[in-house]
Design a protein around this ligand. Sequence first.
Ligand code: MG
Length: 257
Amino acid sequence: MITIKSKSEIELMKESCRLTGLLYKELEKHIKPGISTYELDKIAESFMREHGASPAQKGYNPGIKGVPPFPCSICTSINDEVIHGIPSKRAILKEGDILSIDTVIYKNGFNGDAARTFIVGKAKSNEDERLLEITRKAFFEGIKYAVKGNRIGDISHAIGQFVEKNGYSVVREFQGHGIGRQMHEDPGIPNYGKPGKGPRIEPGMTLAIEPMVIMGKPNILELDDGWTIITEDGTSAAHYENTILITEKEPEILTLL
Ligand code: MG
C-alpha cells in the first residue's frame, strides 16, 4: 500500500531523515585507512542513540527462510560488494577502497533512509571516482521525474538510461521503495523501467530512491552470510540513496543537509 503522509507525519519524517544526513557527516570524519567497518558501525549506533533514535536495520528480519536478522546498524559494502555488507572487525579499510554505506534511522515512529559511497583515502583510479560520480548523478537524473502526475516508471527509466549511457550497469534484483512508518513501503522503485508505467506520483509520498551501479556486468551473487550481495564479475559497485518528499512542485530531498 502506498501511504500519503500528513503534514505532521512529514515533520516527523524530516527529523529521522535529517539525522540520517547528519550521520554521514559524522561517519565521513572516520573513514580512513586502518579503521574497521565494525568500528564505523559502533560510531553510527552511538550517534543514533545519542539523538534519541535507533537503527532500523539492526535485527531487521526480512522473513526469508534461511536469512538471519541483520546484526548491525549500518550496511558496509566494500569494492565488489554491492549492498547489504555486514560490518566486521576483520574488514579493515585500505587506501583506495570503495566503501558503500546504507542505513535507516528510526525516530518517533518514522524512518529516514540514505546511502553514500566513499573512497577511502586516495582513489586507485579516475574510473573509481567516475563510478561514484555517475551513481550520484543517476539519483539526480531520477528525481527530475519525481513530480506530481508522473509515474514511478519515469524515475526508473531515467536512472537506468543514464547509467547505461555512461557504460555501467544497474542492479535489477534490488530497488528503491516507499518509506515512512515502515522501512519498506510501496511502491517499489526499480533502477530501470519504462516511462509512463507504474503508480502515479502524488504529493505526500515519501520515497527512497537508490541507484545501485556496477562498473561491469549487472549480474550479482549472494554470499553465504545470507546478506552480502557481490558483483559476479568482480568489478566494483557504488550506491547512492536519499529519501525524498513529493510536493506540489519540486521534490524535497530530506536526507541531504
Ligand atoms: Mg537504504
